[in-house]
Ligand binder design. Structure first.
Ligand code: ARG
Length: 197
């Protein structure tokens, strides 16, 4: 059983194919390839991202493939495969705020969203210490709140952010650089002490 989320394009998301709900994306391809190599059937357990790692701890899932970032903190609780992707994190704002939010400091006192349980929460805490962090379960909801002015900015992985910006004319990636302390590398998370895949 593989723990993942279903609202994280282009990596794992649902689309209609021939009027049928299908679960697709780069991580799904990876999951299928691993299952093929091992000669096992793959089964997904879809959940919100903040439950993905916990389900590996509890044994509800065997592994997690959900663009999970490798961090020192997580390494204490999980084993990780070799990293299969390196990412940057960015800040999304409304285009109409382009002239207002030009630096990380300009977001002081503003509401900044990050997905619950993600490293983007920590990035926001560390690098936007004067902003007020709003943790939300769903990235889609977070983007809606940004569009409705409930949030002034959102911290997201670059590829995901680019997808939202492409689909939403009123949004843009802000011209400000988040310094990631570590390289943000994604890997498969496994329970500790299991053989590596
Ligand atoms: N890379 C970030 C992390 O591990 C966020 C991953 C979110 N993944 C998802 N499928 N929603 O914390």
């Amino acid at each position: 059983m593989i723990a993942t989320e279903s609202e994280f394009a282009p990596f794992e998301f649902k689309i209609l194919i021939d009027a049928k709900d299908s679960f697709v994306g780069a991580d799904i391809e990876l999951e299928n390839a691993i299952a093929d190599t091992l000669g096992v059937d793959v089964d997904f357990s879809l959940m919100s991202f903040n439950n993905v790692l916990a389900s590996v701890t509890s044994g509800k899932a065997d592994i997690a493939i959900a663009r999970v970032s490798v961090t020192d903190e997580r390494k204490k609780a999980y084993d990780f495969s070799d990293a299969y992707y390196e990412a940057e994190n960015v800040v999304i704002i409304k285009k109409s705020d382009e002239a207002t939010y030009t630096t990380l400091e300009s977001l002081a006192g503003k509401a900044v969203g990050a997905q619950k349980g993600s490293i983007q929460e920590n990035i926001a805490k560390d690098q936007l210490p004067d902003s007020s962090l709003v943790s939300l379960t769903s990235n889609g909801e977070m983007i809606n709140e940004l569009k409705n002015n409930q949030l002034q900015a959102v911290v997201l992985g670059k590829a995901i952010a680019e997808g939202y910006v492409l689909q939403n004319d009123d949004l843009m990636i802000a011209d400000m650089t988040l310094e990631s302390n570590d390289i943000d590398a994604y890997a498969v998370a496994l329970p500790k002490e299991q053989a590596k895949i």
